[in-house]
Ligand binder design. Sequence first.
Ligand code: ZN
Length: 446
Amino acid sequence: MTRNAFWLLIAITLLLAVVLGLAAPVSQHAAAAAEIAPVNDAWRAALPADPMAATQAYMARLSPAARARSDAYFEGGYWLQGLRFALGVAAAWIIAVSGTLVRFRAAIDRRVRFKSIQSVLLAMLFMLLSAALTLPLTVYEGFYREHLFGLANQTFLPWMGEQALSAAIAIIAGGLFISLMYAVLRRAPRTWWIWGSVLGVGFLSFMLLIGPVYIDPLFNTYKPLADERIKQPILAMARANGVPADNIYQFDASRQDNRVSANVSGIFGTAAIRLNDNLLRRASLPEIKGVMGHELGHYVLNHIYKMLLSFGLILVLGFAYLKWSYGLALQRWGARLGIRDQSDPAGLPLLAALFSIYLFAMTPIINSMIRVQEGEADLFGLNASQEPDGFAEVDLKLTEYRKADPGPIEEFVFFDHPSPRKRIFAAMRWKAEHLNTSPSFHCKSE
Ligand SMILES: [Zn+2]
């Protein structure tokens, strides 16, 4: 590919992305929430005791239109994942054959002495070019489609501004990480895949440590939760479960979208309980308690550390595969693409493409690792909050963007949370067992 053809292609993808963004439909999100039939305490009191039947009663409140829209949104995501993967590999290949990185490396070779700075610059250039080549899909997936399904609130320019900011953070952080990886590769050409995994886990821990403090506030405003009627029950639940938090924060996620969300972030002894304004606006106290019980569960069950360990395993396997496959790829294409050896950062597109093939193949495994933890947090949250109906109500709301009732293989491959139906069933099962035991409990305690 000639130099001019490459830059022309970049210009076309940028133009296409802007056209897509400006042509996006305007969101009508009020419609989505209206498609779940509202109920009251009398309805909840009259629910059948059998968990299966109670789950069915919850599911029946989803209108056929809401169900169809939810399925279409979520199933479309399956194809988008495949498309994103294919486009990412294609972009890496185009960057490799364009020779842009090799030329850039030659241009800075004499001016920049340090190998580590060279690899930071090359890695950043690669990520920038690859983001530009895939931008039309990013705009379609993150903006156009979100508005099409009534899930987003932002207009195009502010959205694009936030995309640029998060891309800048990713490019800086990614550039530093990749440069460290190349330093490991130069010093330990045979065992880099082991040290690289340790470095990967360390880097991820660092991002988890600084993310809530320095990165999240760039996108949203965090302030202490003012409403004592919500704050006190959540703090009580935190204290009861040994979570060291004395304040709760709310943030303005409604700037971006309507999704209800919360988290308990923190690693190495810090804990911050944070919930978004959509949750505060769209959910009752029992629902909020159900959600926060779940989030506290992630903290108490040490899910971050377990996830870091599992991620380390995924990385060590992935880097071992990379060492083998990259060796083969260099034998075959290295000379033609102008890549000197395995420690030449101009080979980064090839490495990135090979690694994304691995990650794509691992998708069901990674989703299942996360989904298992989410199921654990659900059970913890039900016990901590004792709000099965509140929890089920929120799960019903989540069908806005998650398919309600998938098949078992579909759930295994694509779901990083249990399906709404399974979560509602878990809540109704908890409720049935506690309804049965509570009268005798009361008798004994009197
Ligand atoms: Zn969770």
